[in-house]
Design a protein around this ligand. Structure first.
Ligand code: PEP
Length: 258
């Protein structure tokens, strides 16, 4: 039996990016509640935009569907136009927050250092961080994947204590697989996840590393979910495009039954 079968509950999170109004978010969640497999063998979350969070939280109340934010700023309050703090999200009841998504890195100037600052703010509060790492195509082709992942981990995790590490979720999202329809093969994904797990062992210790869930992200869909999510070091999925329809996302959540 592999480690994830014994100790790590799968975690399936949907990243809606800049999709869905508040009303659409509520309707989706009402539908997803009806579609969730029973028993539910996974943690489930969706990440609406900031403005749809209150409606999503209200719709999800009393259900096992967790609500995630797509980002957060590190300062507590102040003159930071357009930003949102951890306290504001916690006050709403948000439980998870995605950090360092490649689209934030690519389009909004996010760096390893700013991901680290955001992670510090989240760990100083109550939410669960989902920290995204992943190499670009040219980095993989240049044989730099491990170097890039190591630097991204260092930027995020330097200063994270072993006690705090238990609250982490990592997401390995090779940039060349996000929104491209080009999924990493199970072998490529497992190799990267095993590498990240080893880095966590070096940074913390083996029991802690074995307790941290590492999600795969990059064109996950119902047809490829089981092949990826049953691998030893893949503990769930961060799903973009295929999370936008409740029926499709529910099939990924039910990957064991598929
Ligand atoms: C993502 O946005 O994190 C993602 C993995 O997107 P997609 O599933 O569409 O590739």
């Amino acid at each position: 039996m592999s480690a994830n079968e014994t100790s790590r509950r799968p975690f399936i999170a949907g990243n809606w990016k800049m999709h869905k109004t508040a009303g659409e978010a509520a309707a989706y969640i009402a539908r997803l509640k009806e579609l969730l497999p029973s028993p539910l063998d996974a943690d489930v979350a969706v990440a609406p935009t900031f403005v749809a969070l209150p409606a999503a939280l209200a719709a999800a109340q009393g259900s096992p569907i967790g609500i995630a934010a797509q980002n957060v700023f590190w300062e507590k309050s102040g003159a930071f136009t357009g930003e949102v703090s951890t306290a504001m999200l916690e006050d709403l009841g948000v439980t998870w927050v995605i950090l360092g998504h490649s689209e934030r890195r690519q389009y909004f100037g996010e760096t390893d250092e700013t991901v680290g600052r955001r992670l510090r703010a989240v760990l100083d509060g109550r939410m669960g961080p989902i920290v995204c790492v992943g190499e670009r195509l040219e980095e993989r082709e240049a044989g730099r994947t491990w170097e890039v992942l190591t630097a991204q981990l260092a930027g995020a995790l330097d200063g994270v204590s072993p006690d705090e590490a238990g609250r982490l979720t990592l997401a390995y999202e090779p940039v060349w697989a996000i929104g491209t329809g080009r999924t990493a093969t199970p072998e490529v994904a497992q190799e990267a996840h095993a590498f990240l797990r080893q880095e966590l062992v070096k940074r913390f210790d083996k029991p802690i590393a074995n307790s941290i869930r590492i999600l795969y992200g990059g064109s996950v869909k119902p047809e490829n979910a089981a092949g990826l999510l049953t691998l030893p070091d893949i503990d769930g999925a961060l799903v973009g495009g295929a999370s936008l329809e409740a029926e499709v996302f529910a099939k990924i959540i039910d990957f064991k039954g598929a």
